[in-house]
Design a protein around this ligand. Structure first.
Ligand SMILES: Cc1cc2nc3c(=O)[nH]c(=O)nc-3n(C[C@H](O)[C@H](O)[C@H](O)COP(=O)(O)OP(=O)(O)OC[C@H]3O[C@@H](n4cnc5c(N)ncnc54)[C@H](O)[C@@H]3O)c2cc1C
Length: 271
């Protein structure tokens, strides 16, 4: 990894890291990449593996969707990430596509990021100068822009093992199962206390320039009973918080309606 980081430090922006290539090769074939130099990171051992400690699960950036789905601790404690991995492309894409690539590709329609937002994931970024940890929430600063320097690699993604007692929910709405880009992607989790929502986390994809954690909607639900009037209020907050657009895959009105319906469905699963 040291040699790779020195190359990036020496000529930042010249080299494009290439992981599984499932996003980059499509752009390359379409002639949409300005880079002339590609740095394959596929075999760097420091970016591989899933490490489990009592407090955290830490996934190397090169962890593939297939590896995510097979991991017993992820299956038991982080089902939203496993569901996202299952719904990402077909088997070939799942064998080759990486979680790190999904994050850095920074598509607002990507399927894993909403799950990572719900889990309050943290990212480890490394450069020749050292490493730093940043919260994933806020990493994407706008459409396809992020808090990652050209001399840095994403090394790992850390999840706190604090999901015990949570009720978790994930839905990807797209044209065709697994091969289509999301029209709306919804991930959420809640803990309950005697019929009331003690804590709740809600994140969506494809409804704004970045994937979005919906803090205001969460705020209106926290401490509330599981009553229809509470759902109605939350639907209104969600509508104010997201900013879906019309594009080739869907319309803003459809995305808003689906996002609200998925919120409703999530809340119904808690009753
Ligand atoms: C047929 C097909 C279906 C797909 N379906 C879905 C889908 O349903 N849902 C979905 O979310 N995505 C989908 N994708 C997109 C893609 O598979 C994922 O985004 C995948 O996770 C990208 O990972 P990768 O390793 O292939 O990234 P690459 O293509 O290698 O890289 C993507 C970007 O990330 C950067 N990068 C990669 N790793 C690092 C790192 N460790 N540090 C710094 N920069 C890095 C690269 O420089 C590049 O900018 C699909 C793609 C294809 C071709």
């Amino acid at each position: 990894m040291r040699a790779a980081l020195e190359l990036l430090a020496h000529e930042p922006s010249e080299w494009k890291p290439l992981a599984g290539g499932t996003d980059l090769m499509v752009l390359f074939e379409a002639g949409k990449l300005s880079h002339k130099k590609f740095l394959s990171i596929w075999k760097l051992p420091e970016l591989k593996g899933i490490e489990v400690t009592p407090a955290h699960v830490t996934l190397g950036a090169l962890t593939t969707y297939t590896e995510i789905q097979k991991h017993p601790v992820l299956q038991a404690e982080f089902p939203l990430l496993c569901r996202a991995a299952q719904e990402t492309g077909g088997v070939a894409t799942q064998n080759r596509g990486t979680l790190g690539g999904n994050i850095v590709n920074a598509s607002p329609a990507a399927d894993s990021p909403p799950a990572l937002l719900v889990y309050d994931a943290e990212l480890e970024l490394v450069s020749a100068q050292g490493s730093r940890w940043v919260p994933y929430n806020g990493f994407h600063t706008g459409y396809k822009t992020m808090n990652l320097r050209p001399d840095e690699l994403l090394r790992s993604i850390r999840l706190a093992r604090a999901t015990s007692g949570w009720r978790q929910y994930y839905r990807k709405v797209g044209t065709r199962r697994a091969q289509a880009i999301s029209k709306v992607c919804f991930a959420a989790a809640a803990s309950l206390d005697r019929g009331r929502i003690r804590d709740v986390r809600i994140a969506l994809g494809s409804v704004a320039p970045t994937v979005l954690r919906c803090a205001k909607t969460e705020g209106t639900l926290r401490g509330q009973p599981l009553a229809p009037a509470v759902s109605d209020a939350a639907r209104k907050f969600l509508a104010a918080e997201i900013a879906p657009i019309d594009d080739v895959r869907s319309t803003a009105a459809y995305r808003l309606r689906v996002a609200q319906n998925l919120l409703e469905e999530f809340l119904q699963t808690l009753r």
